[in-house]
Ligand binder design. Structure first.
Ligand code: SF4
Ligand code: SF4
Length: 334
């Protein structure tokens, strides 16, 4: 396990005496260091909270009623920053990114800047007549797709994501396969699983094999890989937990696995919210917890040398990332 050292002996003494939250204490007990970023290999951008769905587990509480969207000025401020970076992974999320009026312009510029661009789609939006041109645009620009598909059974998807979502998701996956997503190596199609119940996800590779067998046999669907996500105790999932919250938090805390620490996604990325605020991750965005740096809290003050070494802001929800095999927007960590 590798941990970056940021501390002189005096600094170490002051770090030891700083008041820590429960998560910071667990990290400190395991590593003798606060949690710091190690590199900015990924820039995750949440371009807005408008979505055509209202899923039960949504940590950002997106819905058709949410009007928060990134302005073109903020997108330009991001593009000014990314134009100076070496190629990184740009991870576009929302809401439903397709519903943003400037998505196409934004994607084209990011690709022209030679970044690898990945986008999180909820699949159903790709069948809406207003947005049905996006699959071909994604293919033209070699955008990598990450698609929410939390179960291969209709009942589970309906309970988590709403009536009709399963059928539309199947149709959208077949459409994506037809144009090369999941069937050709240069157009990766990643599926995302998260549990319906307040439990940890099953082992990722085993579940991927189950998905592959079922989807091939029943729907002739192919995909590149499956990733598992732990539901974070935030947003609508937290509301849904109600009286089960203490039990779920206990499960997450009892399952703390120090081997996940080097790969925690906040150590290798930064997240930009729809209004340009900088966060360590999309979960901290949902929790309203911006980066800890004193002045650089907005994309307009982006300084790579400071942000790539920043101390990470944490809270109790972080136990969702360190439980069991670990969890991140890229799936299990170990
Ligand atoms: S989970 Fe995804 S598809 Fe569902 S409401 Fe949230 S952003 Fe929309
Ligand atoms: S919730 Fe965010 S800040 Fe907390 S451990 Fe996970 S990735 Fe890091």
């Amino acid at each position: 396990m590798e941990f970056a050292s940021h501390s002189s002996p005096l600094r170490k003494l002051s770090i030891m005496s700083e008041k820590k939250n429960n998560f910071e204490q667990r990290i400190f007990d395991a590593t003798h260091q606060p949690l710091h970023c190690l590199d900015l290999g990924t820039i995750q951008i949440n371009i807005g909270l408008l979505c055509n769905q209202t899923c039960e587990h949504c940590h950002v509480e997106a819905s058709p009623k949410r009007m928060e969207q990134m302005s073109w000025q903020t997108m330009q401020a991001i593009l000014a920053v990314t134009s100076k970076l070496p190629p990184v992974l740009i991870d576009i999320t929302g809401g439903a990114p397709e519903m943003h009026p400037h998505l196409e312009k934004f994607l084209r510029t990011l690709v022209q800047q030679h970044h690898r661009v990945q986008l999180r789609t909820n699949l159903t939006i790709l069948l809406d007549p207003t947005y049905k041109h996006f699959p071909n645009l994604y293919r033209e620009l070699n955008i990598e797709l990450v698609a929410s598909f939390p179960c291969y059974f209709e009942e589970e998807v309906r309970l988590q994501r709403g009536k009709g979502v399963f059928e539309k998701s199947i149709e959208a996956l077949q459409l994506l396969n037809k144009i090369g997503y999941g069937t050709t190596p240069k157009l990766p199609l990643t599926l995302v699983f998260n549990p319906l119940e307040p439990v940890l996800p099953p082992e990722q590779k085993t579940l991927e094999n189950d998905y592959r067998s079922y989807l091939t046999e029943h729907f002739n669907i192919q995909f590149t890989r499956l990733i598992t996500l732990t539901n974070m105790p935030l947003g609508r999932f937290l509301n849904m937990l109600q009286g089960k919250k203490p039990e779920y938090m206990k499960l997450l805390k009892d399952s703390f696995n120090p081997e996940t620490i080097p790969s925690l996604m906040c150590r290798h990325q930064i997240n930009i919210g729809w209004d340009g605020t900088l966060y360590d991750c999309d979960f901290n965005l949902a929790a309203g917890l911006p980066v800890t740096t004193k002045i650089q809290k907005n994309i307009k003050q982006f300084d790579h040398s400071v942000l790539s070494k920043r101390k990470i802001a944490t809270a109790d929800h972080c136990f969702g990332c360190t439980a069991g095999h670990g969890s991140s927007c890229g799936g299990a960590l170990i």
